[in-house]
Write a protein that binds this ligand. Structure first.
Ligand SMILES: C[S@@+](CC[C@H](N)C(=O)[O-])C[C@H]1O[C@@H](n2cnc3c(N)ncnc32)[C@H](O)[C@@H]1O
Length: 417
């Protein structure tokens, strides 16, 4: 359990906004990619220090925390370090896979033997993916079918969990997908990479990457263990569910989440290559995409924020206004529904966003809405992002100027009155 005490960081009640650098407030976690936090670059992942700071400041061991948009599952991984029970939800089925490996106990494993067995495995796994050939050089496909055949032949358990992230990463590296973009997209740079691979002993490179990946996973599990996670906390993980139509099975003390972003995010599209290889069908993935906020068609609900209506009036393009409404009705609809089961704090980590260069103060809209529902705004902590993989459009489609959609992120702290 993390117990290091540092200088008191609570703020004067009259100061409603405060600039902070979360990384510096939590020296117990030495970097944003420490332990299992950096095993996979999930888009717009929480840095662990934000949650560590929040739990250290607002929770006690034994309290329970809930994240309805859990993504990679960072809230659960940190909650164990502070002795908090937790419940995680996400539309993306990957949550279940990533979280289970992130909190595993270290294991001893003959990784060379495992990779040798994988390399000689003969049975194919065929993903239900009509566009498969568009994404990979033909030469690589038989190797990928067999490697995933081996993965699917394993029984659910530690071995399979440890193998997954290295296999996902190598499978992406051997595709035409541009690694630098969060969304799945082909590019000349990716094409050059696969052309280069084809000139070498690419089978050696592929299985070498998996072997290295396994060592990285094992080392990260040791690091996580050194942070002394509590093994007895109660955890509930529900992946592949739509937050808007889901019910909490129990009450929680604290809700902490970073909701989907208003624009330029497509988590399911970014994950679909991994989901196909994991065995999700084309129909299942399409259905998931339709439920993602802000693309899900949702009923209009009252948003208790004058700032929201001011922004909406200013948006002239009907399709942008519709996206804006769908976003808030989906995200605030989900949060408004579950807040009734939260007894102490709502901690909402939101970015700043723009629509056609007009700033949308998400933190303010969220704050106004929850104040109207009876929550008290304690403080907003504004973090300056130093190094973060965020989604940016290179060019704003309307203005053709370079568009900085996110520069700061804020933790809005609301307490139950
Ligand atoms: C900003 S990310 C959360 C990242 C997370 N904090 C982490 O540390 O990885 C927002 C998440 O909302 C999820 N999401 C989008 N629409 C959803 C919906 N309708 N129901 C549940 N989750 C949804 C996305 O899949 C994405 O993982």
């Amino acid at each position: 359990m993390l117990t290091t005490q540092i200088a008191e960081t609570r703020y004067d009640d009259t100061e409603m906004e405060k600039a902070v650098i979360f990384r510096e407030l939590v020296p117990e976690i030495p970097s944003t990619t420490y332990a299992t936090f950096g095993l996979y670059k999930y888009p717009a992942k929480f840095i662990p220090q934000v949650i560590a700071y929040a739990l250290r400041t607002y929770s006690q061991p034994g309290m329970s925390v809930f994240d309805p948009f859990a993504g990679y599952g960072t809230v659960g991984t940190v909650a164990r370090l502070y002795g908090n029970n937790y419940e995680l939800w996400d539309l993306n089925p990957l949550l279940k896979y990533f979280h289970s490996v992130s909190v595993m106990r270290p294991v001893k494993l003959d990784s060379v033997g495992l990779v040798r067995d994988m390399r000689t495995y003969e049975k194919h796994f065929e993903p239900d993916w009509s566009n498969l050939a568009y994404w990979y050089p033909e030469n690589f496909l038989p190797m990928l079918h067999k490697a995933w055949g081996f993965y699917h032949s394993l029984e659910d358990g530690e071995l399979k969990s440890i193998l997954l992230i290295p296999l996902i990463k190598a499978t992406r590296y051997f595709s035409y997908n541009d690694e630098k973009r969060q969304k799945l997209s082909r590019s000349p740079i990716a094409r050059k990479r696969t052309d280069r691979l084809e000139c070498h002993d690419w089978q050696d490179i592929f299985f070498g990457q998996i072997l290295t990946g396994i060592s990285q996973v094992l080392a990260s599990l040791e690091e996580y263990q050194a942070l002394e996670p509590n093994e007895t906390v109660k955890a509930t993980v529900r992946a592949g569910i739509n937050g808007l139509s889901s019910e909490l099975s129990q009450n929680h003390d604290i809700l902490i989440t970073s909701p989907p972003y208003l624009q330029a995010q497509e988590y399911i599209r970014a994950s679909k290559m991994d989901l196909f290889w994991l065995g999700y069908s084309e129909t299942e993935i399409k259905e998931l995409s339709k439920k993602e906020f802000p693309y899900q068609q949702v009923p209009i609900i009252p948003i208790h924020s004058p700032t929201y209506y001011n922004c909406l009036t200013d948006i002239k393009e009907p399709h942008m206004a519709q996206l804006f409404e769908q976003y808030f009705c989906g995200v605030l609809g989900t949060l408004s529904h579950v807040q009734a089961n939260i007894s102490k704090y709502l901690l909402l980590f939101v970015g700043s966003a723009t629509i056609r260069t007009k700033p949308i103060p998400l933190d303010h809209i969220f704050m106004e809405h929850f104040e109207a529902l009876g929550w008290k705004h304690e403080v907003t902590l504004v973090d300056t992002i130093v190094a973060r993989t965020m989604f940016f459009y290179d060019k704003n489609p309307a203005t053709q100027s370079r568009d900085r959609r996110m520069s700061t992120e804020s933790l809005v702290v609301l307490s139950k009155t």
